[in-house]
Design a protein around this ligand. Structure first.
Ligand code: ADP
Length: 393
């Protein structure tokens, strides 16, 4: 086991900066996932750890050693890729043990390691099968076992589940978590799938355009995204955003306003462009939001399309000014639309006028220019109604 440290890693190709000054540390035994859209530099960053790519600038450390210029085989890492290249003419045992034979371990040691690895990935009893007798998931487990037998300090996995069908992917997610628990080995995992990143990792490193946006535990990225990019990328369906302007006593967007004291939003002043972010689950039908201690003033909306998902229903809302207009292509990111998720027993239908409110404790504010987060959650201004006792006394 070993920790991994990247120090100011930049990788330039002729006209592309694939990785742009990325520094991060993965602790010994930690499971860290690099996540971001296609082309954001995830694989290239991992390849600098593997030794498959030499960075243009910066250093890579594994354990206490600088390994920037070491060959892959001398780094104590084992890799599992999306495309599982099993040798078709070799059975499972031979496929798993192939790398060990190259390293001239004796037969007894090889058998011991292969059986142990097969046990971890639950392939016992299948060691004499040929690859074409295996399912996609079993083949992927062979590839993982092949990495395990090498007893690496660090596992590097690049989209290892991408070619599996959806159900198997979810199953393999839990298997990888179990594997991590059993082996305790440091794992760096690459995926473009934010759900995969959220469910498996101790921490996720969100990348965009070669730059590290945030590295934090999944729920921190979800609840306290560092910027608008992370806010929009993590979470499905995506967070709603509404661009607005900070005024003397609130934030005004095209279609609604949110009361707030600009003095409580650090780094901006009245007149600045501020973007409000709210997740679909934090939008509520006004008449059903009685339990929430702090909500915005009601916002007039008209329901458009409903998407019943079984455990929840996605309700696409057109805000008052827009009612009647057709939907833009990306509904959740346009200021004049709002996506709300409600429980299936909620009484709501298409083309219904209603009022919605936003949970103030779950609102996010971003600097519209830089995208940086300004604030997560707005504390309700204390305006106790007559007859109510204030907690502060
Ligand atoms: P990701 O894994 O996030 O999809 P990559 O790390 O593969 O992204 O690529 C990051 C960027 O670097 C992309 O724009 C890609 O086209 C570019 N890139 C990657 N490898 C090379 C290469 N060998 N030559 C030129 N450009 C490359």
């Amino acid at each position: 086991m070993a920790r991994v440290r990247l120090e100011h890693i930049t990788k330039r190709y002729e006209d592309v900066t694939a990785v742009d000054d990325v520094s991060l540390e993965v602790a010994d035994g930690e499971f860290v996932t690099f996540v971001g859209p296609s082309g954001c530099g995830k694989s290239t960053t991992m390849e600098t750890v593997a030794g498959l790519t030499r960075p243009s600038e910066g250093n890579v450390y594994i354990g206490d050693d600088e390994v920037t210029n070491l060959a892959p085989k001398d780094r104590g890492v084992a890799m599992v890729f999306q495309n599982i290249a099993l040798f078709p003419h070799m059975d499972v045992f031979e496929n798993i043990s192939f790398g060990l034979r190259l390293r001239t371990y004796d037969d007894e040691e090889i058998r011991r390691r292969v059986e142990q690895a097969a046990d971890v990935v639950q392939l016992e009893g299948m060691l004499d099968r040929m690859p074409d007798e295996l399912s996609g998931g079993q083949r992927q487990r062979v590839a993982i076992a092949r990495a395990i037998v090498r007893n690496p300090d660090v596992f590097l996995m690049d989209e290892p589940l991408a070619n599996l069908d959806a159900k198997l992917r979810v199953h393999m997610r839990t298997e990888l978590q179990r594997l991590h628990r059993e082996l305790g080995t440091t794992i760096i995992y690459v995926t473009h799938d934010q759900a995969e990143a959220m469910t498996m990792s101790d921490r996720i490193a969100v990348l965009n355009e070669g730059r590290l946006q945030q590295i934090a535990p999944p729920l921190t990225c979800y609840n306290e995204p560092a910027n608008r990019f992370v806010a929009g990328f993590i979470g499905s369906p995506s967070m709603n955003f509404a661009d607005g302007e900070l005024v003397a006593d609130g934030l005004e967007t095209d279609n609604f306003r949110v009361d707030l004291d600009p003095g409580e939003v650090p780094g901006v002043t009245v007149g600045d462009a501020v973007t409000l972010g709210v997740r679909p689950e934090d939008v509520h039908i006004a008449s059903a939001a009685g339990d929430l201690p702090a909500v915005t003033a009601p916002i007039e909306a008209r329901t458009d399309v409903l998407e019943p998902m079984g455990d929840e229903v996605f309700v696409y809302l057109l805000l008052a000014e827009e009612a009647g207009r057709s939907m833009a292509e990306d509904p959740a990111t346009a200021s004049d639309q709002l996506l709300m998720s409600v429980t299936p027993d909620t009484e709501v239908h298409e083309e219904q006028d209603l009022e919605v409110v936003l949970d103030r404790s779950k609102l996010h504010l971003f600097d519209s220019a830089s995208g940086e987060a300004l604030r997560h959650g707005l504390v309700e201004r204390s305006e106790p109604e007559s007859g109510e006792t204030s907690k502060a006394g």
